[in-house]
Design a protein around this ligand. Sequence first.
Ligand code: SAM
Length: 222
Amino acid sequence: MKPAHLSKRLETILKYVDCRVLADIGTDHGYIPAAACGLGRARFVIACDLSPGSLKKAGEYIRERRLSDRIETRLGYGFDPIAPGEADMAVISGMGGALIRDIIQKSPDTVKNLTRLILGPQRDLPALRQRLNEMGIIIKDEEMILDKKRFYNILICEPGTPEPMTPEGRMFGQALINKSDPVLRLFLLKLLERNARILEHTETLKEETRLAAMALAQKGWF
Ligand SMILES: C[S@@+](CC[C@H](N)C(=O)[O-])C[C@H]1O[C@@H](n2cnc3c(N)ncnc32)[C@H](O)[C@@H]1O
């Protein structure tokens, strides 16, 4: 059955799933596990979430899709509900980069046993890239997508010995730079445009502040 509710972001994540047992950390609605099974990208999925409400929602969706024999829901923080070696790939997406970093740091044994880790951080990307590098996790590839006017990064990682990072690789993703990614180009152009507007505004504010201080001084109103 073709999975429903697949955004461009989730479709991109699914492209990189190809395993026996997938761990979906922070599953929420359960779309990733259902699609991974429906598309034949995982034989079995362990769908984890910290929130009982999310797991209830995921459980209902999984039953609706008649996938209860191929997806198991488990409650808990990050990889806590999963034993090392139980899953061969994992997805952690739809949350902040700092939280993703904390989740990975908390379960080094489970992470080291994965063949691939697919990450979809929604902010704090430079800090996450840096920490992955320090933890011995290679960012093998990275995709940037534009979905409903929002940019999303998908990081395809695996345990190993990473190369040292360049400042621009840490900030924007070395793999995206290396492959001259057209979405990264668009992102950078928009970033320059936005920052130029902010800098212009900052100059106006500086001048306004200077003139206000001068007027106060001239009047002796300090
Ligand atoms: C916005 S949803 C993302 C759903 C899906 N992964 C996606 O990419 O669309 C974030 C989910 O992560 C769960 N979550 C947040 N912190 C978590 C943690 N430390 N461990 C497990 N799940 C967590 C939340 O309860 C929520 O269901």
